[in-house]
Design a protein around this ligand. Structure first.
Ligand code: PMT
Length: 222
């Protein structure tokens, strides 16, 4: 039925920030609230999907009838997503995953010394790219959060990570992006694009999810 286009589908979604510990009391993180990913989980559920939401630390209530898996670090998010990706029909990477994590986590609180301090960071694994590279891969949708050159970076991520679709948003602006209740998306796939105008994150999630269902259908060869 038109209003439940994801009936019977398994949808895996990542949401929120990650938290990379420096020592027992400090961590590196970002401004993601989880609102976009949680709205997508509710939208996919409302369209009939069974939904697993892998979430970094957020202040949000768990969405009803969604299987919530809580993680903290990028490494934990990687494990939680990869373990479930091949059994999923769709993966949507809405989480703001740390690109770098402290090379070492100190077991004791780091002491104050000198006027400057240097952190050594190591690159994390790219969850989205690794999902897209799986042998039995889900329809893979990435996000791109950009402060400049939105379209060029989004198209680069779509091609380089071999995604089925990418949803790009401006961040660091007065409205939309991180933490805001509203957002707008420029969505790209191979051979097409659609602009989803600024609106509440749940309405926007409904539109993106409907677009995913539509592209998924279009890709099914009968
Ligand atoms: O959570 P909110 O406050 O509602 O804000 C929503 C949002 C701005 C966080 C969301 O709309 C968004 O843009 N999420 C992706 C943020 C991000 O980290 O973008 P990126 O351009 O750095 O990463 C590109 C893609 O690679 C993303 O799908 C990301 O999940 C994925 N990635 C990145 C690094 C990594 N190690 N593994 C990944 O899977």
């Amino acid at each position: 039925p038109a209003e439940r286009p994801l009936q019977g589908m398994k949808v895996l979604i990542s949401a929120g920030p990650t938290r990379e510990p420096l020592d027992p009391v400090r961590y590196l993180t970002n401004r993601s609230s989880g609102k976009m990913g949680y709205a997508l989980a509710e939208a996919a559920r409302d369209m009939g999907a069974s939904v697993i939401l892998v979430s970094g630390p957020t202040q949000l209530p768990p969405p009803a009838q969604v299987d919530l898996v809580r993680v903290e670090t990028a490494a934990e998010m990687y494990e939680a997503v990869i373990a479930r990706a091949e059994a999923s029909d769709i993966y949507i990477g809405a989480a703001a995953v740390a690109d770098y994590t402290p090379a070492e986590t100190q077991s004791e609180k780091i002491k104050k010394r000198g006027d400057t301090a240097t952190l050594v960071l190591r690159k994390t694994r790219d969850i989205l790219a690794e999902v897209a590279a799986l042998e039995k891969r889900p329809f893979t949708v990435g996000f791109a959060a950009e402060t400049v050159d939105l379209e060029a970076y989004a198209l680069d991520k779509l091609a380089r990570k071999n995604l089925d679709m990418i949803a790009a948003n401006w961040v660091g602006q007065a409205e939309g992006g991180f933490d805001s209740d509203r957002n707008a998306l420029e969505v790209f796939w191979k051979g097409g694009r659609e602009a989803l105008a600024m609106t509440g994150k749940k309405r926007l999630a409904d539109r993106l999810t409907a677009l995913i269902a539509e592209r998924l259908q279009a890709g099914v060869v009968v």
